[in-house]
Design a binder for this molecule. Structure first.
Ligand code: ZN
Length: 199
């Protein structure tokens, strides 16, 4: 389908692979890039390359960060005995935006999904259990309210409760199947305040 240029077709093909980008959006982006100045294109490709090369997992909480320890794990102002478990760094950012949570996080980078063949070993769960050998008061499970998020929450609770650590689950109020990152701060805080002990 090289109606115009094999280079443009290739660009459209690459953009189409990105999440949420259909073929029309991919074409729009590709033509936009062709019309950008050389400097603008260099800035864009440079940002992509350097993000890929420099972003890594925090040694403690596994969020994506530029340094060995993320700013949250480095901070003495945070309560390091309260760990909120989230599915991804975007969910962490959603809670950080509320400005009201002063504990630390653990980022799983996914959720258990038997349907997609994602098991406990495919997410950062062993790493969480390892952290719990320290002095921890509470684990707040803030995975999404999707089937995968709930499955993960139950799995985590069963794993952690025998260790004698308090495990809580954020309250409903978070719409079913809702991605945490799209929910407003007020709803997030209500869900956090109304968290319940997991059985
Ligand atoms: Zn961290």
């Amino acid at each position: 389908m090289d109606y115009y240029s094999s280079h443009i077709s290739k660009l459209i093909e690459e953009f189409s692979r990105l999440p949420g980008i259909g073929s029309k959006s991919a074409a729009r982006l590709a033509f936009h890039i062709i019309n950008m100045s050389g400097e603008q294109v260099a800035a864009l490709t440079g940002a992509i390359t350097s993000a890929k090369e420099n972003v890594r997992y925090c040694r403690e909480c596994y969020t994506l960060t530029d340094e060995e320890l993320c700013p949250i794990c480095r901070s003495a102002k945070r309560d390091h005995k309260t760990i909120m478990v989230v599915e991804n760094t975007r969910d962490l950012a959603a809670y950080e935006k509320t400005g009201q949570y002063d504990g630390v996080y653990h980022v799983l980078h996914g959720a258990i999904s038997p349907m997609l063949g994602i098991g406990p070993n495919d997410i950062k769960l062993k790493e969480l259990i390892e952290r719990l050998k320290g002095d921890i008061d509470e684990v707040i499970v803030s995975t999404n309210s999707s089937l995968e998020g709930e499955t993960t929450a139950v799995y985590i609770s069963k794993l952690i409760r025998p260790m004698g650590i308090k495990v809580t689950r954020i309250a409903s109020g978070v719409p079913v199947g809702g991605d945490l990152e799209y929910i407003d701060s007020v709803t997030l805080l209500k869900a956090l305040e109304g968290r319940v002990l997991m059985k």
